[in-house]
Every structure is written in structure tokens, then in C-alpha cells.
Write a protein that binds this ligand. Structure first.
Ligand SMILES: Cc1cc2nc3c(=O)[nH]c(=O)nc-3n(C[C@H](O)[C@H](O)[C@H](O)COP(=O)(O)OP(=O)(O)OC[C@H]3O[C@@H](n4cnc5c(N)ncnc54)[C@H](O)[C@@H]3O)c2cc1C
Length: 339
């Protein structure tokens, strides 16, 4: 049996390793646009305070996955799924090729969500969603450090990733201004009291936090970037990071006619509307309507699915108990996170 896995994050890599442990008769091909190896995405948000991050973040080079028996096609894009022919089309620079599968696993993860009003703006903005994004941001900072300039960042979004990024940039010595549209920080994950403690921690780290501040647009002016929101504006930023949530990568699945909503819809066996195609991780919208975009449940999905496809597990996938935690320097929530 040939299983093709799209995506080399925790979902795709864990599944590939686990299925090969359980089924020696399987051939597994892992296709990914990544080139740096299998890395820890959660560590990205401590990417400014740790000098050695670009090496330390790599958990396994692709050569190690190959040595474990996985065929890795790295630095390539899956561009089309043909369910009738059971093939995926792969673009490798100029050449296109097709790969046949018996079973296909979507572990395509998510991209940073860019709200519609920001999509057409001409001002250059950054996101922190991949190792390439982190390398780009670090190289920008290094340029300023050579000029002995302390950069002034505008971070848009006071959810989990926005707070973590703002905290790490401030801990690295930069000036940070955090804009959040809602009246309190991380309102989806934290109870009111913990949001207040988080605000205090960030403000004590010299981060200027603006709540209830729905950013409308950005402009480049003589003194840098200006952030314009309902009722006011702030000027003089050197760079802009948008951290407004995540967008499951569902395009391939939708174009192939699979059932999608916010994510690719799966049932309690993590199976899509096609019985030979499965989805796990940030891209999978589970039977309860939730997307479990945290590493503990994703790893659990990957192991469960490998058990299911090797007939060693049956029944339904149930989310494990897990405790999300914001990696904001100096902050510990008193109450459990909401999910
Ligand atoms: C900055 C940051 C901090 C985080 N911190 C935490 C934390 O502290 N704790 C926690 O639990 N979670 C955290 N998360 C969330 C967690 O990292 C994700 O939920 C998890 O990594 C998602 O794993 P995944 O395997 O579903 O997808 P991903 O890791 O997104 O991997 C998907 C892969 O698919 C590839 N791909 C997509 N489409 C194609 C295509 N068409 N062709 C080829 N390749 C393709 C992508 O290049 C990527 O390699 C954080 C996320 C970020 C961005």
C-alpha cells in the first residue's frame, strides 16, 4: 500500500513515522514545500531571544526521516488532487509530476490569517508562521542591529501568537506596540482576570498595548509606517507583524470536491468525505466542529490514525486532555485555558 502524506509538520511527520512502525508492508511518501527539515513551530515565538534558534528549532533533518524509511519530497508543492485517478500533482520548480496513492493524508496545516482589509495594502507586512518567516524577521533585525538601531514594531492582534511575539521582541530589547481589536487580551483562551494579569505583564515589559483598537489600514509616511484605526492613528513604526489568527489550507481539498468548511471536514475516524483520504492537524475540522490547532491533540490524531490504518485501533478519535499555555515571558495563567 502506498500512502502519500502532504505536509511535514507535527501531524504529517508523526503519522509517517508511526504508520511505518505498525505496517512494514507500507510505502510512505511525505511531500512538503519545506526545505529546512522537521522543526518545532511553537518555538518560532521565541525566535528573537534565542541566538541559536535557527539550528535548535530543527527536530529532525529530512535525511533522518529518509533513514527511517520515509521517502521525502521536500521543497515541492502539491498543486492538484485527482481523486478519480488517485494521483496528486507535484510542482518541483519547473517540472510537474504525478504521484499515485492508495491512501492520502492531508496534514497541510494552516497559513497566517490576513483579514480582508489588509490583503490589498501596499505596505510591507510580516507574519510568523514558518521558519522562513522567522529567518526573514531575524535578518531584518540583524540589519538594524548592525546600524545600532532599536526597531519599533507594530504587532496587530492580541491573541496567543500576537502576545507571544510581542513579548519575545520586547524581551530581545525592541520597542513594541500591540494593537488588539477586543477589550481584553487572548479573550478566546483566558478568563477575564488572567487577561488583566497578561496585560500587566506585557506593560511591565515596556510593551504599549492598545485594546478596543480595530486597525483599519496602514500607510507609509516619511517617519515610517502609520497604523490607522477607528478614532486615531499611531506613527513611526519600522515594521509590522500581523498576528490575527490562522487559516487552514483547504484549497486543494476544496478544488478536488472534498467536503470543507473552515477546515477539511472529517468524521470521528478522521476520514474526509472520500473514504481513502484523511486529514489531521490544523487543517482538519473534526466531527465536533472544532479544529484542534495545538501540538498535543495533533500528535494524538496522527498516532490514532496510524493505528486505525493498521487495524490496531478502532472506534472514534477522542481529543486527549491537553493544557495550552501562552509562552509569554513572565506570565502564568491562574485558570485553565478555554478551548
Ligand atoms: C508562532 C507559533 C507558535 C505556536 N505555539 C504553540 C504552542 O506553544 N503550543 C501548541 O500546542 N501549539 C502552538 N502553535 C500551533 C502549532 O504549532 C500548530 O497547531 C501545529 O504545528 C500544526 O501542525 P500541522 O502538522 O497541522 O501543520 P503545519 O505545522 O502547519 O505543517 C503543514 C505543512 O504542510 C506543508 N504544506 C501545506 N500545503 C502544502 C502543499 N500544497 N504542498 C506541499 N506542502 C504543503 C507546509 O509547508 C507545512 O510544512 C503555534 C503556532 C505558531 C505559528
Amino acid at each position: 500500500m502506498h500512502i502519500v502524506v502532504i505536509g511535514s509538520g507535527i501531524g504529517g511527520v508523526t503519522f509517517s513515522e508511526e504508520i511505518l512502525k505498525r505496517r512494514q508492508d507500507c510505502k510512505v511518501t511525505l511531500v512538503t514545500r519545506e526545505t529546512h527539515g522537521y522543526y518545532s513551530r511553537p518555538l518560532l515565538s521565541h525566535g528573537f531571544t534565542r541566538e541559536d534558534i535557527e539550528d535548535k528549532i530543527i527536530m529532525k533533518p529530512f535525511a533522518a526521516l529518509e533513514a527511517a524509511g520515509i521517502t521525502v519530497k521536500a521543497g515541492v508543492d502539491v498543486t492538484r488532487l485527482d481523486r478519480a485517478a488517485r494521483t496528486v500533482e507535484i510542482r518541483d520548480r519547473e517540472t510537474d509530476c504525478r504521484l499515485s496513492y492508495d491512501k492520502l493524508v492531508f496534514a497541510t496545516g494552516s497559513a497566517a490569517l490576513i483579514p480582508p482589509p489588509f490583503r490589498s495594502i501596499e505596505v510591507r507586512y510580516y507574519v510568523l508562521n514558518s521558519l522562513d518567516d522567522l529567518k526573514e524577521l531575524r535578518s531584518l533585525r540583524n540589519g538594524w542591529r548592525l546600524l545600532k538601531k532599536i526597531p519599533h514594531w507594530a504587532v496587530i492582534g492580541g491573541g496567543l501568537i500576537g502576545c507571544e511575539v510581542a513579548s519575545d521582541l520586547a524581551a530581545a530589547g525592541d520597542f513594541v506596540h500591540l494593537f488588539h481589536a477586543m477589550p481584553r487580551l487572548m479573550e478566546r483562551q483566558l478568563v477575564d482576570g488572567d487577561s488583566k494579569s497578561l496585560l500587566t505583564v506585557l506593560e511591565n515589559s515596556r510593551i504599549k498595548v492598545e485594546l478596543d483598537c480595530a486597525v483599519q489600514r496602514f500607510e507609509t509616511r516619511g517617519d515610517g509606517i502609520t497604523v490607522i484605526y477607528a478614532g486615531g492613528e499611531r506613527s513611526g513604526f519600522d515594521a509590522l507583524i500581523i498576528a490575527c489568527g490562522f487559516n487552514p489550507r483547504i484549497d486543494l481539498a476544496r478544488e478536488a470536491g472534498l467536503a470543507v468548511n473552515r477546515g477539511i471536514r472529517v468524521d470521528q475516524q478522521l476520514t474526509t468525505s472520500d473514504p481513502d483520504i484523511f486529514a489531521i492537524g490544523d487543517v482538519a475540522e473534526c466531527a465536533d466542529g472544532k479544529i484542534y490547532a495545538y501540538v498535543t491533540p495533533i500528535r494524538n490524531q496522527a498516532i490514532w490514525l496510524s493505528g486505525c490504518l493498521s487495524s490496531t485501533t478502532s472506534g472514534s478519535w477522542e481529543p486527549p486532555f491537553f493544557k495550552p499555555k501562552a509562552k509569554v515571558h513572565g506570565f502564568n495563567a491562574e485558570y485553565p485555558y478555554l478551548f
